[in-house]
Design a protein around this ligand. Sequence first.
Ligand SMILES: [Zn+2]
Length: 189
Amino acid sequence: MPDIIEHLKKGTFEEQYWIPAHNDRRESSLFRSNKKFIRDECGSPCWVCGSLEQREVHHIFEWSLWNALDATKVTNILNAIEFYDDDYTSKATEADKLRAEIRRVTAEKPIVDTPDDIRNLVVFCRKHHRLKHTGIHTMTFPIWLSMAATPIKNAILSREQMLAAMERIRHIDEELAALAENNYTPHRL
Ligand SMILES: [Zn+2]
């Protein structure tokens, strides 16, 4: 047995970064067609939780930072993380179609040279994209990366659990507030 039991860790961070000169953000036709293809035509679920609700398409490497990036390094990192592995693609309603397109683009253009390339796009539900404490835009990379490496089945902590700590705390706060107001109903959690 481990020496330290499962527990909550809470922290605060602030970030600052420089953004290179870039064009006005406009939805390119490539982004529009890839978004439609991945999310709507292939039925790709949220990469984190597998949900098909409120799905959004996320740029893995930020659009606004793209001009400062080395395309070969970007490609190597995307290949290393392998967002479109069999585990994920098997959950898409059109798994073979999705895999075939990734293979086709990779054969045609080994290096990812635009942020709107399908290999730089991934589907997240709103909760795992932007919401506080659970979205990829609202947490540090070490935590997100560990969450991404949890197995889909037989996990000690599921991806949801790893990201759910603050929601649990909010529920507990609500329970305590109800208790303080003499309005407590057992088993609300
Ligand atoms: Zn999700």
